[in-house]
Ligand binder design. Sequence first.
Ligand code: NAD
Length: 362
Amino acid sequence: MVEIQEMTDTSVFGQIAEHQHEQVVFCHDHETGLRAIIGIHNTVLGPALGGTRMWHYASDMEALNDVLRLSRGMTYKAAISGLNLGGGKAVIIGDQTMKTEALLRKFGRFVKNLNGKYITAEDVNMTTKDMEYIRMETKHVAGLPESMGGSGDPSPVTAFGTYMGMKAAAKKAFGSDSLAGKRIAVQGVGHVGTYLLEYLQKEGAQLVVTDYYEDRALEAAARFGARAVGLDEIYDQEVDIYSPCALGATINDNTIDRLKCRVIAGCANNQLKSENVHGPALVERGIVYAPDFLINAGGLINVYSEVVGGSRQTALTQTEKIYDYTTQVLNKAEQEQSHPQAAAIRQAEERIASLGKVKSTY
Ligand code: NAD
């Protein structure tokens, strides 16, 4: 399976089968109100690592679909980055008001019961404090703050990897990986976006920025000598590179014809609204797309360094390789007359398949 398929079978096992998960754990606790799902997609390369997200899902099936999709993405991200990790993710169903110490610790017990097959971390709507509670019940927690012996904020490493991926894509599109004088539009100047702007400014790029919070965009503009534009205007900029660093699905039917760039390289997850539609559409338009899960893997690489006892420096050294991996994937896509996202998924699957054979003997 290479391309993401539309759901044809909406039963629980139908969905699990379509995403090809190894194990899905439904966690329920009457006392605390905990309802959570842990998705373990693939552990051929190592323990399934991925964050826990808390979200007020409209339905249980929506939660299941989210955890299946996200954990599958983690498998590919780890595999293509050369990590010995599998893919997993967890969702806790509910809003912030339901969050109690007891609920989080109960969830930690469920993670503990998996004996290290799943390692959790922080994700949307989870805080460091929440992770501390989970850590009280299980040691299988990563991405903790440095004060707790963890690897700390992953954003600078994610930004470095995104920068490496962007340079590799620029080399493909323009024949040089220098970003000096390149016009670059950065959508979202949050944690990663801001660190990325530092690299881009240092190289002498001409920057355009936007953010949901206007004051953030203006602050970034002042700090990095960028031009701030409105939220929707970002798609119409005359730029060489568009860098989505805010939300997913910004490359869609409404935006694709407005983009004037030759390269897309950003840190946001799931940038293509539909991989099967918008991946090939970018190729048709002559736009080089640096696969999101490949170039934003720096954060995961940073967490991995914590799991295997490495340092921030080892994480950065490993993250630098994103340049070479991106080049390989872009060349592979060209050779296979495919699009980069599909080529990246195929490359990840090939690594899992070949290492699965290595592990087949005791
Ligand atoms: P963040 O929340 O710090 O920053 C996101 C920024 O985007 C915020 O400033 C927000 O106001 C802005 N934003 C929201 N909606 C917007 C819109 N419609 N248009 C423009 N700006 C908008 O998040 P982050 O940690 O910087 O992560 C950015 C993206 O990268 C997310 O999609 C995240 O999932 C992904 N990512 C982050 C990491 C990491 O290490 N932090 C790792 C991998 C992937």
